[in-house]
Design a protein around this ligand. Structure first.
Ligand SMILES: Cc1cc2nc3c(=O)[nH]c(=O)nc-3n(C[C@H](O)[C@H](O)[C@H](O)COP(=O)(O)O)c2cc1C
Length: 261
């Protein structure tokens, strides 16, 4: 099985995850800005990792992702790190969705720096991915059940022969713990999204209120303008009437004066 590991790491956290994958697979982990990072041959499984910086993937990494040749890669496992959420993984997966590359359901996430436990699990996961029976992928549940029964029988036989299975159990427990941590991160991400939506709604309401105030102010100004125009009109009419009356008075006085003569 041909495997490749590519990553981008500024501070070493993602690099530590890539190194654990490298130990598990026996394949060199290559930073995307190193020579030889370009994928030029067919790869069965690509492990690709990056982190979140200012809500985004690094621009250089984004460029690398957009240039990855979709036709050379069968499947990807994304791994990533951030302070809070799995967003770097979703951002990476978007590139592969677009290219039509199969995305492994398992993604590896580390909140900030991976601890030794997580690195151990990553190493085990990588080892397992190298040997996992991919023929089960996409099979109907009853087939997977059948296969799992076979595996169970194999394990029981191994146990009966005194072969070691305890380590297997330990790794399973660690994987379950990882899944629980993932679920918690998901819940926190959902909560963060809800808070963001709430904040957006508050801003929208404030903007709407400000717009209503501006509209009311404009209406007041228009009403005042109308009232002033009306007052001007009335004053003009009154002035006209007064002028007319004065004219009549003058004419009347002139008439009286000529009568006196
Ligand atoms: C400049 C900078 C910006 C970051 N921005 C974010 C962010 O927006 N959201 C987040 O969850 N984590 C953020 N982080 C945290 C990193 O994603 C996290 O520390 C990660 O483990 C770094 O991986 P690296 O050591 O491989 O570079 C930021 C870290 C740095 C240094």
């Amino acid at each position: 099985m041909k495997v490749a590991i590519r990553y981008y790491s500024r501070g070493g956290h993602v690099e530590a995850m890539a190194e654990a994958l490298s130990r598990g697979t026996g394949v060199e982990a290559i930073s995307i800005d190193e020579p030889g990072a370009e994928i030029t041959e067919h790869v069965d499984l690509l492990f690709i990792g990056g982190a979140l910086y200012n809500f985004q993937l690094d621009p250089l990494f984004k460029e690398y992702l957009s240039e990855i040749p979709g036709d050379l890669i069968d499947e990807v496992v994304c791994f990533g790190s951030s302070w809070l959420t799995r967003r770097p993984i979703y951002l990476m997966q978007d590139y592969f969705k677009e290219k039509g590359i199969k995305i492994n359901k398992q993604a590896i996430y580390s909140r900030n720096r991976p601890n030794d436990d997580l690195l151990g699990v990553i190493e085990y996961f990588a080892k397992n991915e190298m040997t996992r029976d991919r023929s089960l992928d996409g099979l109907p549940p009853y087939m997977i059940f059948k296969r799992s029964q076979e595996l169970k029988a194999e394990r029981e036989a191994a146990a009966a022969e005194g072969r070691e299975v305890a380590e297997d159990m330990e790794h399973k427990a660690k994987l379950a713990q990882l899944a629980a941590e993932d679920a918690q991160a998901e819940a926190e991400a959902a909560q963060a999204a809800a808070l963001e939506a709430q904040e957006a709604a508050r801003i929208a309401a404030e903007e709407a209120a400000a717009a209503a105030l501006r509209a009311a102010e404009k209406a007041r100004e228009a009403a005042a303008e109308l009232a002033a125009a009306k007052a001007r009109e009335t004053a003009a009419v009154v002035a006209e009437v007064v002028a007319k009356e004065e004219q009549e008075d003058v004419e009347e006085a002139a008439g009286e004066a000529s009568d006196d003569e």
